[in-house]
Design a protein around this ligand. Sequence first.
Ligand SMILES: CC[C@H](C(=O)O)C(=O)SCCNC(=O)CCNC(=O)[C@H](O)C(C)(C)COP(=O)(O)OP(=O)(O)OC[C@H]1O[C@@H](n2cnc3c(N)ncnc32)[C@H](O)[C@@H]1OP(=O)(O)O
Ligand code: CO
Length: 134
Amino acid sequence: MLGKVNHIAIAVPDLVQATAAYRDTLGARVSQSQALPEHGVTVVFVELPNTKVELLEPLGADSPIAAFLAKNPDGGMHHICYEVEDILDARDQLKAAGARVLGNGEPKIGAHGKPVLFLHPKDFFGTLIELEQL
Ligand SMILES: CC[C@H](C(=O)O)C(=O)SCCNC(=O)CCNC(=O)[C@H](O)C(C)(C)COP(=O)(O)OP(=O)(O)OC[C@H]1O[C@@H](n2cnc3c(N)ncnc32)[C@H](O)[C@@H]1OP(=O)(O)O
Ligand SMILES: [Co+2]
């Protein structure tokens, strides 16, 4: 089921500051920011030779990462995104195995313009998993 790691996500309290740290202190190439109101976040992607790091900050009053940042005010590792060949097939297999698919179970379009789904962190060793359709 799982393909490559598409990205590792870090929730940050200040995206401008985090972008500068990755660009200037770590010397990485960082994308322009993308506001994703339908996901309640603004993101940038740190482009790496073998994968990406997604830096995300809350956007709007109902951001799904607000509670995470309240618990982790300095920021922290938020999720890991795996690529899958067929996200609906993966979803159905995971639901049949008893895993909780977050939201209404229907994929939404993510930052890369591809369908994504999220799996509950409590089902996967305290790690929020995002699946992105190849
Ligand atoms: C799709 C656009 C973009 C992209 O890559 O293209 C993105 O990645 S957007 C990323 C932001 N969107 C999401 O994260 C959507 C999925 N997330 C959720 O639905 C919620 O964040 C959820 C359900 C994972 C947690 O919601 P909330 O924090 O409000 O609930 P609780 O506080 O009750 O948390 C329950 C329980 O889970 C622990 N938790 C929460 N978030 C995480 C996390 N990121 N990693 C690990 N564990 C997490 C939380 O501490 C609670 O544990 P407990 O022991 O009960 O305290
Ligand atoms: Co993501």
